[in-house]
Design a protein around this ligand. Sequence first.
Ligand SMILES: [Zn+2]
Length: 191
Amino acid sequence: MAENDGHRAVFTPINCSPTPYITGGNLPYRYDLVSFHFHHLSEHTVNGNHYPLEVHFVLTRHGKPLSTTITDTTSTQAAAIAVFFKRGSEPTPIDPLVQAMQTILPASGNTATVKSYDISSLLPKNKSLYYRYKGSLGEGPPCNEAFLWTVMKQTKPVTQSQIDLFTQLNKNVDNGYPFNNRQFSQRMNMP
Ligand SMILES: [Zn+2]
């Protein structure tokens, strides 16, 4: 399900059995997907450069609600995955989301359903190349460093017209949070 939460488009898996999850990649646990959302421009920068779009997957340790795992900043029971998008041509993994995006664009609280979306299509082919660090989710409370971040190095494609949808969404939403201003961009330059 897609929802305009007043800040961005948030996608939540519904009627998925089992809940989409991720393991491996030197992650300490199996993590279940709670939701995913997009940032335009990208929140993370690589060598000081933004990408036009970035998706964030919000994950929690299997069997534990996010409300409990994000309160423990000393552990790694909450996780987030980021994937950058570069301008490219169709097909893109955003294609199946466009209609829902258009539906939720006009106002906060609007929702739309995306039928049988392959969430893994948002992940790059090469999943072994990534940056890893511990940090906050960056938007909204609680702003703590409970999340084990995996930022994929390989990008996915997005078209200019799809980027325009996110530009429109940014215009329509309440800019209560400082967009595109993550403090840890410099950490991305660490080997
Ligand atoms: Zn985010």
